[in-house]
Design a protein around this ligand. Sequence first.
Ligand SMILES: [Zn+2]
Ligand SMILES: [Zn+2]
Length: 158
Amino acid sequence: MSCSVCLNEFKLEPVEKQPYTLPCTHSFHFDCIKESAKECGQSCPNCRQKYKDMASEAKLNMQLAGKIEKNENEQIQIFIKDFDGKSTAMFVNPTDSEKKFHAMVSAMSGISIAELRLTTGTKNINAEGVRMLHELNIHKHSSVTILLRLKGGIHCIL
Ligand SMILES: [Zn+2]
Ligand SMILES: [Zn+2]
């Protein structure tokens, strides 16, 4: 959902990005309403309905902003493959951090965070990392593989 004056999206933050809705139900950024009133007169940039003072008639529409935010936070289903090749579906948020993701997989699999190693196949997911899952190219139906971190550094030759 975006403002038809500047074509930028609405957001809950910052305030300049919040949607303001006119009585004709069309929504714009507050600054864009003011700008449009100055440039093109007091009529809705979408439907041209006339107003006395658009800026004072437009109402902050947090419900709309909330809906947009929720879409951005929509959970996606991914698959966790364990070392036996078994895969388990799991729901994550694309904006979850690597650290949070590790904690979630640890809780789900029963493997302690200290032992858990996760990889997307091309990228290792860092247990203390702050990158977001979408930054690691984890999207809907992506697979993440569990590798077990080997305890200690000594290799025994039998
Ligand atoms: Zn705008
Ligand atoms: Zn309108």
